[in-house]
Design a protein around this ligand. Structure first.
Ligand code: PBG
Length: 412
């Protein structure tokens, strides 16, 4: 609609906004008091006062101003119809960029993003096939550079996902709590370089498990809950010792939030937060992530611990447990296909809500963008805004850097 309005600003540009220009005084206008103080009386010029101007208008001497603009012409063939007797026309509030930005209900900023980063022992950055633009970053070089780039555009939170060498994987995932393992070492390096960086860690056994499951697998295929939680506590404490700010259990074992809280507190880590993957679904959208970490389950699936995508109310059960066990942040995963779950938690809990825009969501946008089927950046920005609108405070997204650059007005 903006195009049919004369002189409507064409783009979001503060300078061209109605009402944002600094007021300019008429040079014909002068206050006698002030003028007397600043000029010698012999060059004092008498000017018309407000009442003189008013009197002139009352006497019919109206000063000139631009004429009422002509009505914009409709294309030939436009039907001539009586206007609809509408009491409310919602388009009125959308007719210009200034109005639209005044009434925008949801906002998004780089501070809302948490940037998930894949790390490995190598020196090189290895591209991830199904996640164009994402790499397994060398923990000492590529990672540090990527963090610097993110901080440059206001993204100061990251979450680390390690690719562990096969030889260090085991059925009980003990490498997860090796204090000189890849994750603790990386945390120490990052905190040394960037003390104010907010570091989230993943708490789950899958990168360390020779079975590719988030927990210990019994010989009959059952994922052992309480024994796994014991391992997760050791993992989280090790991460906290290295300097992690927020530990994030993504394993979906029962009771792990309470156990982690107790374990952290017992070791003096009262200040370390827990972001619980509260509603994590057994989703096929995680495919590219598992490729990235080579962490596909060696057999079976994760349906005995991750939630059924068909379930809604069950998210409330998980939410209540996590709240009562002391979670600081509740996470929903995946993101866009699960907006109803984000809204459900938003409306039922006062805690901050996180949404995880997962690898499959990212891959779809990138693939369609590469094929020129969609405008990749616009679709990405819209998806992120929708996650915010649904109720997410923070968003874990592989697009964090690109989106933040876009928000900062940078184009690549
Ligand atoms: C595993 C974990 C997964 C993701 C984050 N942590 C995969 C899984 O549960 O199998 C997926 C993230 C993504 O797909 O982007 N603890």
């Amino acid at each position: 609609m903006a195009s049919s309005i004369p002189n409507a600003p064409s783009a979001l540009n503060c300078q061209s906004y109605v009402g944002l220009r600094s007021p300019q005084r008429s040079f014909n206008f002068c206050f006698p008091q002030a003028a007397k103080k600043s000029f010698p009386s012999r060059i004092f010029v008498v000017r018309a006062s407000d009442s003189d101007f008013e009197a002139a208008v009352v006497a019919g001497k109206v000063p000139p101003a631009p004429p009422v603009p002509p009505k914009p012409v409709a294309p030939v063939g436009t039907p001539v119809v009586p206007s609809l007797p509408l009491h409310r026309r919602p388009r009125r509030n959308r007719k210009s960029p200034a109005l639209r930005s005044a009434f925008q209900e949801t906002s998004i900023s780089p501070a809302n993003f948490v940037y998930p980063l894949f790390i490995h022992e190598g020196e090189e950055d290895t591209p991830i096939g199904a996640m164009p633009g994402c790499y397994r970053l060398g923990w000492r070089h590529g990672l540090v550079e990527e963090v610097a780039k993110a901080r440059d555009v206001g993204v100061n939170s990251i979450v680390l996902f390690p690719k562990i060498p096969d030889a260090l994987k085991s059925p009980t995932g003990d490498e997860a709590y090796n204090e000189n393992g890849l994750v603790p070492r990386t945390i120490r390096l990052l905190k040394d370089k960037y003390p104010d960086l907010v570091i989230y860690t993943d708490v789950a056994l899958d990168p360390y498990s020779s079975d590719g499951h988030d927990g210990i697998v019994r010989e009959d295929g059952v994922i052992m809950n309480d024994e796994t939680v014991h391992q997760l506590c050791k993992q989280a404490v090790t991460q906290a010792q290295a300097g992690a700010d927020v530990v994030s259990p993504s394993d979906m074992m029962d009771g792990r939030v309470g156990a982690l809280r107790a374990a952290l507190d017992a070791e003096g880590f009262q200040h370390v937060s827990i972001m619980s993957y509260t509603a994590k679904y057994a989703s096929s959208f995680y495919g590219p992530f598992r490729e990235a970490l080579d962490s596909n389950p060696r057999f079976g699936d994760k349906k005995t611990y991750q939630m059924d995508p068909a379930n809604y109310r069950e998210a409330l059960t998980e939410m209540r447990e996590d709240e009562s066990e002391g979670a600081d942040i509740l996470l929903v995963k995946p993101g866009l296909p699960y907006l109803d779950i984000i809204r459900l938690l938003r409306d039922n809990s006062p805690l901050p809500i996180a949404a995880y825009q997962v690898s499959g969501e990212y891959a779809m946008i990138k693939a369609a963008g590469a094929l020129k089927m969609i405008d990749e950046e616009k679709v990405m920005m819209e998806s992120l805004m929708c996650l915010r609108r649904a109720g997410a405070d923070i968003i874990l997204t592989y697009s964090a850097l690109q989106a933040a650059r876009c928000l900062c007005g940078e184009r690549r």
